[in-house]
Design a protein around this ligand. Structure first.
Ligand SMILES: NC(=O)c1ccc[n+]([C@@H]2O[C@H](COP(=O)([O-])OP(=O)(O)OC[C@H]3O[C@@H](n4cnc5c(N)ncnc54)[C@H](O)[C@@H]3O)[C@@H](O)[C@H]2O)c1
Length: 485
């Protein structure tokens, strides 16, 4: 007979240990079920009574499909829009229209939880949402420019929808476009078709997308940064709500900076790839393991993989960079290796000095004062200084040139050619004050307190060309311009 005093399951007697394990097991299952139900109910409650703004996403390609799935997973009600019926069907069936890790899973959950739907009806989608994200394609056109055909169409459709809408709507541009496109091309289309006014009736942001295909879902939740270029404070604050649960610093900026940073990012990435590949070809020809070299190169996070050397300024000079870039090209030639990027570095540097000459040539001045002539501040090294090169070109063109540099005196050795040495020495002034008296134009090559003083003392009939981005907030009566800003 069974001992009914023992713990039992379904009337069967079991031993004490097993009974406890079974109870534990059942409790765990029940807890899991409860957790899932709670999660599902909370999502359904969210869908019914969602405090997060609802989103329409125009364009369900690589960017739009991932954003739709991930935003819905974060608790936003999403309506995706695309003219491609296959993509719409995929999403409405909880399937991914593209190959991308975890996307099927998220879209299936989004559909089950009623957080996401797809349609071709742009107007209905916009009328039923508070924010519209635009991620339609911007392919290259025949001459390499950015083809805005799909974006123009999308903006006309947005305008038509906004014409019917009485409440404020936020538009977030995500497609990659050249700077100025949103403000100068797209906003006028939306205003024309809607009859509404930017800032008052609708807000606008540019929010570049940083995902990488194949890791797009992971990148969505952990982007390097989130950039929000906005036309006004209201648009910026509204767009922040989209990224409250995303793990990244939010950087608010202008529309144009947000548009441009994506171009700059991708160009930088392409430059990194081509540089690495050129180093690889050269290393192989020189019988050196390129991965050994680059692994060491990458360990230098002070000068190599760092912000150093990347802010726009003047041409490089000094005793090392010009000499060693020439040297590596010479080595490549001797090994018959073609290095288009590395070989063109000196030409790019040279074009920057010529650009300074063009800026000076555009001004109606005959006397130029150089504030600093060593290749950088804090050294007396003049080897291959771009400021000396600039001074020589100005003298050859007939300008009257003077300079002041605290590390240089009128008897300093300035050029290995005796005639140039004498001519350059004659340009040296003993004090910074004298520069203002003798110059219609100041060209500032050092960001130092002595240089700031000269520029602050400049009068309103003078010009300043800054090639080093002097300290922010500098006050001067002179007409100021920067070489790359
Ligand atoms: N793919 C990437 O990894 C990536 C990363 C960052 C940024 N971007 C940029 O994002 C944008 C989109 O890229 P993608 O790769 O997703 O493009 P894609 O070509 O895969 O998708 C674009 C989608 O937009 C749809 N579309 C066209 N006109 C439309 C309209 N009026 N309304 C709604 N949908 C419309 C198309 O049918 C297509 O499905 C591009 O500007 C691209 O440069 C792409």
């Amino acid at each position: 007979m069974n001992d009914l005093t023992n713990p039992t399951k379904n009337g069967y007697a079991i031993n004490g240990n097993l009974a406890e394990e079974l109870v534990d097991y059942e409790t765990t299952i029940q807890e899991n079920i409860n957790a899932r139900l709670t999660d599902r109910f909370s999502k359904l409650r969210l869908a019914a009574n969602n405090t997060k703004p609802s989103l329409s996403i125009l364009g369900l390609g690589y960017v739009g499909a991932v954003s739709s799935a991930c935003f819905s997973d974060l608790g936003f009600n999403v309506i995706g829009v695309d003219p491609d019926i296959d993509k719409i069907d995929c999403i409405n069936n909880g399937k991914s229209p593209i190959v991308e890790k975890d996307l099927d899973k998220l879209l299936k959950a989004g559909r089950e939880d009623n957080m996401i739907q797809a349609t071709y009806d742009t107007v209905a989608a916009i009328l039923n949402t508070e924010v519209t994200l635009v991620s339609v394609g911007t392919p290259s056109d025949a001459d390499g420019g950015c083809d805005l055909k799909y974006l123009r169409q999308a903006c006309a459709q947005i305008g038509e929808a906004l014409r019917l809408k009485s409440t404020y709507h936020l538009i977030v541009m995500r497609s990659t476009i050249p700077p100025g496109t949103t403000r100068d091309v797209l906003l006028p289309i939306i205003e024309e078709y809607s009859g509404k006014e930017r800032g008052k009736d609708f807000g606008v942001c540019f929010n570049p997308e940083f995902l990488r295909e194949s890791t797009a879902v992971e990148d969505f939740y952990h982007p390097p940064i989130t950039v929000l270029g906005a036309i006004d404070e209201r648009s910026l604050e509204f767009s922040r709500k989209l990224y409250e649960d995303v793990d990244a610093e939010i950087i608010g900026t202008s529309l144009e900076a947000a548009e441009f940073v994506k171009y700059v990012d991708n160009t930088w990435h392409a430059l990194k790839v081509t540089f690495g590949n050129e180093v690889g070809r050269l290393c192989k020809a020189a019988n050196v393991d390129s991965h050994d070299v680059m692994n060491i190169f990458l360990k230098d996070t002070k000068l190599n993989i760092s912000p150093y050397y990347l802010k726009p300024g003047f041409a490089y000079g000094g005793s090392c960079l010009p000499k060693d870039t020439r040297g590596i090209s010479h080595l490549a030639r001797s090994l018959n290796v073609d290095l288009p990027v590395i070989n063109n570095i000196p030409a790019s540097n040279e074009s920057h000095i010529e650009h300074a000459m063009d800026m000076i040539g555009d001004l109606d001045v005959k006397t130029v004062g150089l504030v600093g002539i060593t290749f950088k501040a804090g050294t007396d090294d003049l080897r291959e200084s771009p400021a000396i090169e600039l001074m020589k070109r100005l003298l050859i063109k007939g300008y009257k040139v003077k300079f002041y540099d605290p590390c240089i005196t009128p008897v300093s050795f300035l050029d290995k050619d005796p005639q140039w040495n004498e001519r350059l020495q004659a340009c040296c002034l003993a004090s910074a004050d004298e520069l203002n008296a003798e110059s219609e134009l100041l060209v500032v090559t050092h960001s130092q307190p002595y240089a700031t003083q000269v520029v602050e003392d400049a009068t309103d009939d003078m010009h300043v060309i800054d090639v080093v981005r002097m300290a922010e907030g500098i006050q001067t009566e002179a007409a100021y311009q920067g070489i790359g800003w």
